[in-house]
Design a protein around this ligand. Structure first.
Ligand code: ZN
Length: 590
């Protein structure tokens, strides 16, 4: 597992990584005991300051008496070089102090660097830090959130802190980046995996977050969901369209976990009562993964969703998406006409955008100008100008599309037609010499016509512009590792036959469940499609504003329906009948 993150806005953070080994192990001696003893005694005052956040109550008494009442010369030295009662003792600076590994691990490296603080020790529910500016409420509050501990402060000159930070963090950072960077350590993959596992077993928030994200990527999750409840926290991954529960960290770690992700996403960790959006970019095995982070305050704390987008994901061909050869040929006949409207339809998460990307990728040539307008841009297409809508600035699909038309495009992809204005502009563009691609939320192919009519688009405009509609759903593929022939339950056979009219016969398969598929029996997904080519007969029916039932009846005479396609894929052992029933249980098969 090769994995590291970087903050997008502050690349300098990359040079600081958690690396406790450098500081740990060398530490010993009376000095440290004395040192932390003092810090603790100072801290008892600051602890209350940290909790009540009454700065006037922060009384900085750099006492030279440690918690056992012993005199401590080091404290005096550290706090301004006074000699006090410990006269004659060596003068010690922070550089000579050994910081225990557990203290180094307690706070994220980028956080301590940003705030110029250094964790000194963990003791009795308190984290002691060195800071040049004690009494900073924000810092105290942030540390309490990140660690769940009370905060004690010891004043140390900034220069000393920076020097010590470098000593504690930087040396191992380089090593860590080297270990984790795929270019730098191609041969060390096994070791990296081991390192990550070792790290993951350490009870630190940073490692926890890294592990959650790297596991999600490994398991091909599209989203990570973190939801707090009264005493528990829920951690789920969306894999192949379904949420799967993961063993959650304890609720005590919730605030720290959320804060850590917020730091990575450049969000405000102090704001916990309003929704926020952020963005993290990571490299995973040389692949760039963009993570869109959103928070929502619930009564038990902030819920968070991380959406993982693989920026340079491999584009699938129509056949890899699940279209057979015959229909692939029909599809490319339709989309390579010089102008017209082509629609992909289905509910959210049915893979229609992926299909359009695949089509654009295939039809793209440098002689054609392709412009897309999307919400948001999910994948980057080489050679294609991609424009995100910005509704907050009133840059919508409709007015974005108008501007695109002035850019002399040959092909336009509109992420989604949601309103009549966008529909009108898209159709007029299709009628004036452009190839227009878009998506609609409809259940089946002919439903697209009905939807456009409902939006108020004139029937003659639809009939003269619409070239084809590809309706689709995604079904999970049976896991290749644990696939086995499965007898058909009579109830399922009956249900499927009554739903779609297709005969359910032959040998069917299912997954027993194994490690490879997280015991689900499925791994990956494939599309089931119905491709409607708008021929002369269909154009006439659209012009006459016939009902969806009539359009459908006519369409089905020469078209493989989604249901028939699904049954074919079950017979071929790609998916299971149970899966088809699950996907069909909504509105697919009427
Ligand atoms: Zn399996």
């Amino acid at each position: 597992m090769v994995f590291f993150y970087k903050m997008v806005t502050t690349p300098s953070h990359r040079q600081f990584r958690l690396g406790p080994e450098r500081c740990a192990g060398m530490a010993t001696g009376d000095f440290f005991r004395n040192f932390s003893g003092i810090a603790l005694s100072n801290l008892s005052i600051l602890r209350s300051a940290g909790s009540s956040l009454s700065s006037s109550s922060i009384k900085r008494d750099m006492s030279k008496v440690d918690s056992e009442g012993q005199l401590d010369p080091a404290a005096a030295d550290l706090n301004g070089g006074r000699s006090g009662p410990g006269q004659g003792a060596r003068r010690q600076t922070l550089a000579q102090v050994e910081i225990p590994a557990e203290a180094v691990r307690a706070l994220p490296a980028d956080f301590v660097k940003q705030r110029r603080i250094l964790p000194l020790a963990l003791r009795d529910g308190t984290i002691e830090i060195a800071t040049a500016e004690p009494g900073n409420r924000q810092v105290i509050e942030d540390i309490r959130l990140l660690t769940g501990l009370e905060v004690g402060e010891t004043e140390v000159p900034a220069g000393e802190i920076l020097e010590k930070l470098a000593q504690c963090y930087q040396m191992t950072v380089e090593k860590m980046i080297e270990d984790l960077n795929p270019e730098g350590a191609a041969a060390a993959e096994g070791k990296n995996l081991h390192d990550i596992e070792v790290m993951a077993n350490e009870p630190t928030v940073i490692n926890l977050v890294n592990l959650i994200i790297s596991e999600a990527i490994r398991d091909r999750a599209s989203d990570i969901h973190i939801v707090p409840f009264e005493d528990t926290m829920q951690l789920r991954y969306r894999i192949d369209g379904l949420l799967q529960e993961n063993p959650p960290p304890s609720k005590q770690l919730h605030a720290a976990l959320i804060s850590r992700i917020k730091i990575m996403a450049d969000m405000n960790i102090a704001e916990r009562y309003l929704p926020q959006d952020g963005h993290i970019q990571i490299n995973h095995r040389g692949v760039r993964v963009d993570i869109r982070v959103g928070t929502l305050p619930t009564i038990y704390g902030e819920a968070m969703v991380l959406r993982l987008l693989e920026k340079n994901a491999k584009f699938l061909t129509a056949q890899e998406l699940g279209l057979d050869e015959e229909r692939t040929a029909l599809l490319y006949g339709l989309v390579q006409k010089p102008h017209g409207l082509f629609l992909a339809t289905g509910p959210t998460g049915s893979g229609k955008t992926t299909t359009l990307y695949s089509i654009l990728k295939t039809v793209y040539t440098p002689e054609k100008k392709i412009v897309t307008i999307e919400d948001p841009v999910e994948y980057e297409l080489p050679g294609v100008a991609q424009i995100p809508v910005r509704p907050t600035r009133n840059f919508t699909f409709a007015n974005g599309l108008r501007s695109i038309l002035r850019q002399d495009p040959d092909m336009i992809m509109v992420g989604e037609i949601r309103d009549s204005e966008t529909a009108e502009i898209a159709i007029r563009a299709a009628l004036t010499g452009h190839q227009v691609f878009s998506t609609l939320h409809t259940n089946d192919s002919t439903g697209a016509v009905t939807r456009l009519l409902d939006m108020g688009v004139e029937a003659f405009l639809i009939s003269s512009s619409l070239e084809g509609v590809l309706a689709q759903r995604l079904v999970r593929r049976i896991c290749a590792q644990c696939k086995t022939p499965a007898p058909v339950q009579p109830a399922i056979r009956e249900r499927l036959e009554s739903l779609g009219g297709a005969r359910v016969e032959g040998t069917f398969y299912a997954g027993r469940g194994c490690e490879e598929c997280r015991n689900t029996g499925y791994r990956g997904r494939i599309g089931i499609f119905e491709l409607l080519a708008i021929d002369t007969e269909m154009k006439e029916l659209i012009l006459q504003k016939r009902s969806n039932a009539e359009l459908k009846a006519t369409a089905q005479r020469g078209m493989l329906t989604m249901h028939q396609d699904a049954i074919r894929k079950a017979v071929a052992g790609i998916t299971s009948l149970e899966e088809i029933l699950r996907v069909s249980s909504g509105d697919l098969l009427e």
